[in-house]
Write a protein that binds this ligand. Structure first.
Ligand SMILES: [Zn+2]
Length: 106
C-alpha cells in the first residue's frame, strides 16, 4: 500500500508517518544549519526517526563532573561528518543520548 508521498507503507505499521521522507527532511535541515541535535548510536548520529545522519570519526569521554546536588556525569566529546562531507563537533551525555552539534567552519 502506498502512502500519500508515494512510498510503500511499512508492513505492520499503522501510522501514516513516512520515516523515509522524514529522514530526507532531516538531511535537508542539517544542510542549511550550523547547529543541530541528534542521537548518539555507536559510530553514528541518528535522527529522531532512526535514520543515519552523521558518521562519528572520533570521540572521547571527558572527566567526571558533579552537579550541585551531588550527581555525577561525564560528557562525551565527538567529531562527526555529515552526508555533505562537512565536519561537526558535538558533546552529549553518551550512548543513546542527545548530542548537541556545531558545524566547524574551515
Ligand atoms: Zn515517503
Amino acid at each position: 500500500m502506498l502512502m500519500q508521498c508515494g512510498h510503500e507503507k511499512d508492513k505492520g505499521s499503522s501510522t501514516t508517518h513516512c520515516s523515509e521522507c522524514a529522514h530526507v527532511g532531516e538531511l535537508t535541515a542539517i544542510r542549511d544549519r550550523d547547529y543541530y541535535t541528534a542521537y548518539l548510536a555507536g559510530d553514528y548520529l541518528t535522527t529522531f526517526v532512526g535514520g543515519t545522519l552523521l558518521h562519528v570519526v572520533s570521540r572521547r569521554t571527558g572527566k567526571t563532573r558533579y552537579t550541585p546536588s551531588g550527581g555525577r556525569y561525564q560528557l562525551t566529546y565527538l567529531t562527526a561528518v555529515d552526508p555533505f562531507g562537512r565536519t561537526w563537533s558535538g558533546q552529549g551525555l553518551g550512548e543513546g543520548m542527545y548530542v548537541r552539534l556545531r558545524r566547524k567552519v574551515r
